[in-house]
Design a binder for this molecule. Structure first.
Ligand code: NAP
Length: 332
């Protein structure tokens, strides 16, 4: 049986699968590797290619060098790393389908998942357990060429990319705790960090503000918005506008970190899984169990703190092991 492609072999009348995995970043594919090696033949709905970070392979598909994933002392390109995860999952029997889930029904087991018209009465497949690993997206400014410049001067993760900007002048956009944390962290590498904020007051907590204000390498551009990314293949500057005077100017930076927040991909689960106020899925402490029996959540969709590929992979492993043990406990 072909293990990739459309869900052709999965007719609506077929038997429920043991494990369905929704999402194919480091969390989902690690869950697939573990579930496949436990002979559970997981079905992975990897998503569909799009122009945003919500796509098969997740956020690493939009990065270039990944230097902090263990096992790659020379570094590895983000897309290559995800391709390796994918091949490893297929090698052990995961069935990967390039489709997006359009609806889920977690009201009774086996759970229903639709991949086409959500109004179709019968789901596309049913599963005894579901692992949710739909990830999160960094909020972006929505400017031209934004996605193509990620990894070429533009970044959304100081922990991941700060190292590449040694002795350079870089910008951070945002005025919340993330922007303050990233700016402060980036001064370990950069010669200067300019925080660009759209208002004249920060949203960040006082202690984070104070830390940034006291850092000699950080300066602030208040009431300022970025209007354009400059540079052909790599960022070499920003066109910015003062929102009070209307004046535009160029800021010569070789890097720009967007730190205006994140959004988890959880719309699909509204009303079915418990979420925090910020939309991230709630799991039991030290576990990937959600409040719905047999439904597990792993990776960035339930992590608004670490947000790293390696932590996502770790929770993907946990989800597969928990799903396997749960299946063993089911009397069917
Ligand atoms: P946030 O608190 O929502 O702040 C986002 C910032 O980005 C705000 O200053 C906002 O401006 C600005 N912004 C939003 N959209 C923008 C746009 N389109 N263009 C320009 N600027 C834009 O997000 P966050 O900083 O990621 O923090 C999220 C949560 O995590 C918060 O609860 C925060 O306290 C927490 N957090 C905590 C820590 C820590 O304690 N170590 C670290 C990171 C995050 P306005 O202010 O004008 O709205």
């Amino acid at each position: 049986m072909n293990k990739e492609g459309a869900l052709t072999e999965m007719s609506r009348a077929s038997q429920p699968v043991e494990v369905a995995i929704i999402g194919s970043g480091p969390a989902g594919l690690t869950a697939a590797i573990y579930a496949a090696r436990a002979n559970l033949e997981p079905v992975v709905l990897e998503g569909e290619p799009s122009s945003t970070s919500d796509q098969p392979g997740g956020q690493l598909m939009l990065t270039t060098d990944v230097e902090n994933y263990p096992g790659f002392p020379e570094g590895v390109m983000g897309p290559e790393l995800m391709q390796r995860f994918r091949e490893q999952a297929i090698r052990f029997g995961a069935h990967i389908h390039t489709v997006k889930a359009s609806r889920v029904d977690f009201s009774s087991q086996p759970y229903g998942i639709w991949t086409d018209d959500p109004d179709t009465p019968e789901p596309t497949l049913r599963a005894w357990t579901v692992i949710v690993s739909t990830g999160a997206q960094s909020l972006m400014l929505g400017l031209d060429r934004e996605i193509e410049l990620v990894g070429h001067g533009l970044s959304t993760c100081a922990t991941c990319d700060g190292f590449f900007f040694r002795d350079q002048h870089i910008a951070v956009v945002g005025g919340g705790d993330s922007a303050m944390e990233e700016s402060t962290f980036l001064t370990r590498f950069a010669s200067k960090v300019t925080v660009i904020h759209r208002r004249d007051a920060l949203r960040a907590s006082k202690i984070m503000q104070q830390r940034a204000f006291e850092n000699e390498r950080i300066e602030f551009m208040w009431n300022t918005v970025v209007e354009e990314y400059l540079g052909d293949h790599a960022l070499n500057g920003l066109r910015v506008r003062d929102t009070v005077t209307g004046e535009t100017s160029t800021l010569d930076v070789t890097g720009c970190f967007i730190a205006i927040g994140h959004s988890p991909n959880t719309d699909l689960f509204a009303g079915q899984l418990e979420m925090k106020d910020n939309g991230y899925l709630i799991t039991e402490p030290n576990s990937t169990r959600t409040a719905v029996e047999g439904v597990f959540a792993c990776g960035d969709v339930q992590d608004d703190y670490y947000r790293q590929a390696v932590t996502a992979a770790g929770t993907g492993c946990m989800a597969a092991i928990e799903a396997e043990r749960y299946l063993e406990s089911l009397s069917r």
